[in-house]
Design a protein around this ligand. Structure first.
Ligand code: PMP
Length: 447
């Protein structure tokens, strides 16, 4: 067991060390007062360090700070750079596009082939582009409600689908509750969002039975509340019950694209009606996509042509701009390949083995979960089966102390839970350094 006193001792020592090693980061934050909270985006305050590290540049799976530190980057922009920072093919394509115009509000020739590539990779025939995964999820929810004529959607307790109002309902003591942290929330979402625990087949059957749910919006493996794996057969049951009740099944594969080539659905032979992929699809260039079946496309076309003219409530000016199309095309042709996945899966297997060995050596009741190239150590003995269980198992102070310890040893983890991403350009040496620093951290916590 690790005591609260040990966590505080490590956290304080590491905060001191961070201050000593990163003077320029502090000077930068003192100078950046024009930003709210001294950062251009308030999430950047969520890192466990006294101030955020200030990035200078990043290449492959290595990030450099303005304080001259280099980091083995297992955060990878929280998945935006899952395939490595600035892959050469992407950088070259972007440089060319940069001098040919960036945003025209017109399709480009390159887009035709890209649409076919997406269809082939993700096994859905029709696609649309947005600027973020949040926006893609919002679009999908709107389309699903529109074509089904049903008001409600269903999500899983603890899910995260980006800045999507409809998905901000949790279960508290079994009761649907709006997330207390939401800013400026004026609409009560509980009338139009049903929420149940992941892996709860009985609750799912019950919720869908009424035939009033437009869609189930789900990550096929939950990745934003720690990782919660699907119990054997759960996703097949989800697919079957959706079909039986005329409910559309949406997989948000923004994170689970880590599972394998084509994402989790393709890798495991599941067939959602719609899917969303964000972030990494453009290698970090802001863009996201949503795809849908031929049947859904037909229903969308009927709705689109029969409604009165005017704004659909879907889309923004920058959607599918030339830069985004170019970025995705370059990524799909040269970077997001089956060969890249082979490397990612090999690297993540090495990471899992290393972490499991260190956990066993330290005799800790922790475990490691994996969704392809996405690996997480959880500081609880058994894998949680639901968002509720995962939330109960979280230990924010312990996580923060571990993250800061690792950052001070040149290893970057995403600030949210203990998620580590292995890119195709992550070296074995980087993985071994992470495992070694993790072992040192555990020893320090047990002193
Ligand atoms: N869906 C999932 C599953 C996510 O994890 C995230 C972001 N972490 C999003 C959607 C939203 O992505 P973005 O912030 O790029 O809109």
């Amino acid at each position: 067991m690790i005591s609260a006193a040990a966590i505080t001792r490590v956290a304080e020592r590491e905060a001191d060390r961070f201050r000593y090693v990163n003077p320029r980061a502090f000077a930068h934050h003192a100078a950046a007062k024009g930003w709210f909270q001294s950062v251009p985006f308030h999430w950047m305050r969520d890192w466990p360090s006294p101030v955020p590290i200030v990035a200078a540049s990043a290449k492959d799976a290595t990030l450099a700070s303005i304080d001259g530190q280099t980091y083995d980057d297992f955060c990878l922009g929280d998945t935006a750079s899952l395939f490595g920072h600035s892959p050469p093919a992407l950088a070259a394509a972007l440089a060319k596009q940069a001098s040919e115009g960036l945003s025209y509000m017109l399709p480009t020739e390159r887009g035709a082939e890209l649409s076919q590539r997406l269809a082939a990779m993700f096994a859905l025939p029709q696609w649309q582009v947005t600027t973020t995964a949040s926006e893609a999820n919002r679009a999908v929810v709107r389309w699903c409600r529109g074509i089904s004529g049903r008001n409600k959607i269903l999500t899983f307790n603890g899910a995260y689908h980006g800045a999507v109002d409809d998905a901000f309902v949790d279960l508290k003591g079994g009761v649907p509750t709006m997330r207390a942290s939401l800013v400026g929330q004026v609409h009560d979402l509980r009338g139009t969002t049903a929420v149940i625990e992941f892996n709860d087949e009985a609750a799912l059957a019950n919720a869908l039975r009424g035939g009033d749910i437009a869609c189930v919006l789900a990550e096929p493996v939950m990745t934003n509340v720690g990782m919660v794996r699907d119990a054997p057969g759960f996703l097949q049951t989800l697919r079957r019950l959706c079909t039986e009740t005329g409910t559309l099944l949406v997989f948000d594969e923004t994170h689970t694209i880590s599972s394998g080539y084509g994402g989790h659905g393709v890798t495991h032979g599941l067939a959602p009606d719609l899917m969303v992929v964000g972030k990494s699809i453009g290698g970090g260039v802001p863009c996201a996509i949503y795809g849908f079946s031929a049947d859904v496309a037909e229903r969308m076309a009927d709705l689109y042509t029969s409604r009165p003219p005017g704004h659909s409530g879907i889309g923004t000016t920058l959607s599918a701009n030339a830069l985004a199309i170019t970025a995705m095309d370059a990524m799909l042709i040269e970077v997001i390949t089956p060969a890249a996945y082979d490397l990612m899966l090999r690297g993540s297997a090495r990471l899992v083995t290393g972490l499991e060995q260190e956990i066993a050596t330290a005799n800790l009741d922790w475990h490691v979960t994996q969704v392809g190239a996405r690996v997480e150590f959880l500081t609880c003995p058994t894998p949680p089966l639901s968002g509720g269980e995962a939330k109960a198992a979280m230990h924010p102070e312990l996580e923060a102390a571990i993250h800061l310890f690792l950052a001070n040893r040149g290893i970057l983890l995403a600030p949210f839970h203990n998620m580590m991403l292995v890119s195709p350009v992550t070296g074995d040496d980087q993985i071994d350094r992470l495992v070694g620093a993790f072992a040192d951290c555990v020893r320090a916590l047990k002193e």
